[in-house]
Design a protein around this ligand. Structure first.
Ligand SMILES: Cc1ncc(C[n+]2csc(CCOP(=O)(O)OP(=O)(O)O)c2C)c(N)n1
Length: 642
């Protein structure tokens, strides 16, 4: 059936009795493609029936269906003309795993960060009403995303505006891990108002049995039902905020949802429709372990097993180091904004639950909460993905930096982030945070380097940011064990990582050939996250008879310019490799310093001022001419002025 559905109109024409089969086909397709490409499996399996019901009742794109975060939009993509491209999901050049305006008029926003849909929805509705456009706006938001401050700010505003925004609250009791906090507890209470549910169903059944002549009695029963609901659910947060509240509904019952959505269309004010779904529905490995299958790489469909890598990732090293540090320092506390697993803080949470805080999807609060912990004498370590810290820049400046609090902010997934596309790249943190006074920024390059950096940071007694990429750590290199000296990087001679090539290089210099072409040496200056590619570039230059050493920027800030210059000036060329956006990066400042000292044979390889689309890490780096081959070519071009 699926291949015949090219639009929501086709979906509306599917007979009701065929809908379960359709849902089954969608699930199979999603599992097949995510098994190959990776993606947000559990969230998408949970909303298949909900998406069917929404697209059958509303008329997208005359009506707008806005998905919060939009990681759960796969069925929506299939119903809105993208079935034939669905195999390219999250691939380089393929369709995105999130809603994208360039892909379809059915995608109203480029979402990816949480808790924005209600704000976007009322804004859109206000614009439509002002411009005379007649359309309904639906915001589909998860119970996890509802913990984000923005969602609550928007509800506060929506209640005041009183427009007919339809909020579908998709409650599966899960954020990525189990949802936490009072709102989550509150939703559980709402969904457990079982007595009312049971009573209501019984009454509905009885009213259905009444003969037509007893319609008056039906009305009386209906009023009684409303009164009872008011009594039992009188303390309804949503009602208090000015919303109608309907629910909870079974989010896998298409008929029930369609009926309620039809009713909601007739309302004039805002409404919350509370829908209960099962994350991972229909695929037992995902139902049993929805946190692992929230966002997952390629896996084996038969058993749900994922490929394991031998080398440890930066996240794993961070995770282990946090546990180690906490065992000797009981002042260390760890904070996550709903990403315990992703950041590796789950290990800390198991070992030291009394010092672990999952604050929900609330990065701003996480940082200000850390300020409070620091003011009270603790040493907070907040772990947040680079892309999500963008939200909390003000809290870093206002609550941490001005007061010079001893707080550590660890930015995982900095630099090129694979597969998720524009909304998830970690390329702006350096430019955003470098100008802020009182902040130290570290960029460790290896496992040992991260361990040393984190140990140093928790003892520094001042604001420290540590950034590292989503990748495995390069093999250990001796120079990275060097003691931390503030402002200074780590010099890595090619003798340490390619001794055989270096020896060969020295010998080659003696040959006739090499005498004719004077030997050259290049210095690569890299941020830690791109050391692996830089090492590869060096190796290939060594093979070409060019000496290539590395200065790894351990401290992005402060940066000891003079120390760096004294190393750089000995080289024929300097190539900067920075896994951040070029404008406002450290390379630009270091380059300016070189120029001031009359050294001008350098080039900066950093991300352009562009939103980078999805691809593997290597593909993204290739697109930006920052992969190992491009780095080597740019060095040769600079050396020989090609
Ligand atoms: C600002 C921000 N922080 C963190 C995330 C990472 N993230 C993606 S989905 C998600 C959980 C969302 O839970 P919920 O809204 O309940 O949706 P579900 O996947 O359970 O359907 C999180 C924390 C994000 N997208 N945006």
């Amino acid at each position: 059936m699926l291949s015949q559905i090219q639009s929501p109109e086709d979906l509306k024409n599917v007979p009701k009795n065929k809908l379960p089969q359709l849902a089954e086909e969608i699930r199979r397709k999603i599992i097949e493609v995510v098994g190959k490409n990776g993606g947000h499996l559990a969230s998408n399996l949970g909303v298949v029936e909900l998406t069917i019901a929404l697209h059958r009742v509303f008329n997208s794109p005359d009506d707008a269906i806005i998905f919060d975060v939009s990681h759960q939009c796969y069925a929506h993509k299939i119903f809105t003309g993208r079935y034939n491209q669905f195999d390219t999901l999250r691939q380089h050049g393929g369709i995105s795993g999130f809603t994208r305006r360039v892909e379809s008029p059915h995608d109203f926003f480029d979402n990816g960060h949480s808790s924005t849909s209600i704000s976007q929805g009322i804004g859109l509705l206000a614009a439509w009403q002002n411009t005379g456009k007649d359309g309904k706006v639906v915001a589909v938001i998860g119970d996890g995303a509802l913990t984000g401050g923005m969602a609550l700010e928007a509800m506060n505003h929506a209640g005041q505006l009183g427009k007919n925004l339809i909020v579908v609250l998709n409650d599966n009791k899960m954020s990525i891990s189990e949802n936490t906090g009072s709102i989550s507890n509150y939703l559980s209470k709402l969904s457990m108002s079982g007595f009312y549910q049971h009573f209501r169903n019984k009454l509905n059944y009885l009213v259905g049995k009444l003969p037509n002549s007893d319609r008056h009695l039906g009305k009386v029963i209906y009023r009684f039902k409303r009164a009872l609901k008011g009594l039992l659910l009188s303390n309804n947060l949503f009602s208090d905020l000015g919303f109608e509240y309907v629910g909870p509904l079974d989010g896998h019952n298409i008929r029930e949802m369609e009926k309620v959505f039809m009713q909601a269309k007739k309302l004039t004010g805002p409404v919350v429709i509370h829908v209960m779904t099962t994350k991972g529905k229909g695929y037992s490995p995902a139902e049993n372990d929805p946190a692992t299958f929230h966002g997952i790489g390629p896996f084996l469909i038969s058993d749900g097993k994922v490929e394991k890598f031998d080398n440890l990732s930066f996240t794993q090293i961070f995770s282990q180091t946090m546990v180690k540090l906490a065992s000797v320092n009981n002042k260390i506390a760890a904070i996550t904004a709903a990403m315990a697993k992703g950041t590796g803080l789950d290990a800390f949470a198991r070992k030291y639950p009394e010092r672990f805080y999952d604050v929900g999807i609330a990065e701003e609060h996480a940082v200000s909460f850390a300020a409070g912990l620091a003011a009270g004498g603790m040493t907070p370590v907040v772990a947040i993905y680079s892309t999500f810290i963008q939200r909390a820049v003000d809290q870093i400046i206002h609550d941490i930096a001005i007061s010079h609090f001893g707080a550590v902010i660890c930015l995982d997934r900095s630099g090129a982030v694979p597969d998720d596309g524009e909304t998830h790249q970690g390329i702006f943190d350096i430019a955003l945070l470098r100008p802020v006074p009182n902040i130290t920024i570290l960029s460790p390059a290896t496992a040992r380097d991260l361990e040393l950096s984190l140990t140093w940071a928790v003892n520094a007694g001042k604001p420290v940011v540590i950034r590292y990429p989503k990748s495995t750590c390069p093999s250990e290199l001796e120079p990275f064990s060097a003691e931390i000296r503030e402002g200074r990087g780590v010099f890595v001679s090619s003798d340490t990582f390619a001794p055989s090539l270096s020896v060969q290089f020295d010998r080659d210099v003696e040959t006739e050939d090499e005498k004719a072409k004077p030997s050259r040496k290049v210095l690569f200056v890299c941020t830690g996250g791109i050391l692996a590619e830089t090492l590869q570039a060096c190796r290939s230059l060594l093979m070409e008879g060019v000496r290539a050493d590395i200065y790894s920027i351990r401290f992005i800030k402060p940066f000891d310019f003079e120390y760096f210059y004294n190393i750089a000036k000995e080289y024929d060329a300097v190539i900067f490799a920075e896994d951040g956006v070029k404008e406002g990066g450290i390379s630009q400042s270091a380059g300016d310093y070189l120029l001031k000292n009359s050294y001008n044979n350098f080039e900066i390889c950093a991300f352009p001022q562009k939103f980078l689309s999805q691809g593997s890490r290597t593909q993204i780096l290739e697109d930006c001419k920052m992969d190992c081959r491009s780095l080597a070519e740019r060095a040769l071009a600079l050396l020989y002025k090609k």
